[in-house]
Design a protein around this ligand. Sequence first.
Ligand code: CTP
Length: 397
Amino acid sequence: MNDPVQRRIVFGVTGGIAAFKAAELLRLLTGAGATVGVVMTEAATRFITPVTMQALSGHPVFTDLWDDRVGSGMAHIDISRDADLMVVAPASADFLAKLAHGSADDLLSTLCLARDCPLMVAPAMNRQMWEHPATQRNVARLRADGVIILGPDSGAQACGETGMGRMSEPAALSEQILGWFEPKVLDGVRLLLTAGPTFERIDAVRGITNLSSGRMGYAIARAARDAGAHVTLVSGPVAQAVPPGVAIENVVSAQDMLIAVERNLADCDIFVGVAAVADYTPLHPQEQKLKKDARILGIELAPTVDILANVASRANPPFCVGFAAESERLDEFAEAKRRRKNLPLLAANLAQTSIGTETSELVLFDDHGRHVLPHAPKSEQARLLVRHIAQLYSASR
Ligand code: CTP
């Protein structure tokens, strides 16, 4: 799908065992459509070859300040001239020290000085090197200079120790790097959303739930965060990674979800109900496991509170967005649901093609009519939906 955002990145790699992860990060960035030029320090080439990075980026890799392939004899300036962003991953302790002091004795450190775009660095080093006051001083200095520090993470290290200093995983880094390019259409807006299924307990080991994976809700949480919103996600039981930078409240039942939403409502400008909340819950859940016998078993079910309708019907409600997964007559049922719940916007799709899948085809219903979003991965649909929400939200104020 065409993305209007131009993403030109100069990707620096310094010497450290985490350099092997740079190849995966590069693949994720180029796979997302970014144009990436790679610059490696001499030490980095000891860990991973320029040939690998050249093949993955589709562009020549530069390592040498005196390389005249740029043509002007000014490689140290020209390579980053058109860049929107510079990223150094991994950034070794030595490289952070050089950056903090403005040293420029190789191509990469020179480019970091001679740039007019933002710089992100993903530190990677041994735990003791990371904790050393000199490194911490350098990191604080870089932050004060406006450098964006990504990670590091804590965990098992190549040296056999465990602690802080591991480079963040490529997937988390690419998410933060690509997110930086998103237009900040919800800058400073507080957005609360529900996601995933709920689980309604029948007895000690059984319950009623549904096939929702939480993918769409989590994708919207990421897209809203990337658009500059402060996001709180109230999530039913799912197997999704918590998006960095998103506040999460884990819940189990529809009743838990209602309580968590109410607790967060005072601080919310936009509420998005993506969760597939159970409409009914067992009236008398059993403490112990039910034993089988030959009789037919009936379970009495009581209706749950409709969280979204409840929020939308308050005095001065936040801007409310609903979801509808229908199995037939999409337009008719979705628009009726929007009106019944009194929502300015409702996103609908066919349950058969959306629940538990990677892609979806959303149709948006608002006061201006019906808008079909192109069939795309849920991450892309989430971005388009967030832009639509931002337009309506700003027009409503
Ligand atoms: N929803 C909610 N709380 C509930 C039930 C639904 O907040 N107890 C929200 C969902 O998060 C979604 C929207 O309401 O945003 C629509 O949910 P859906 O189950 O499709 O609609 P229902 O109103 O339950 O209608 P029906 O099941 O009859 O289609």
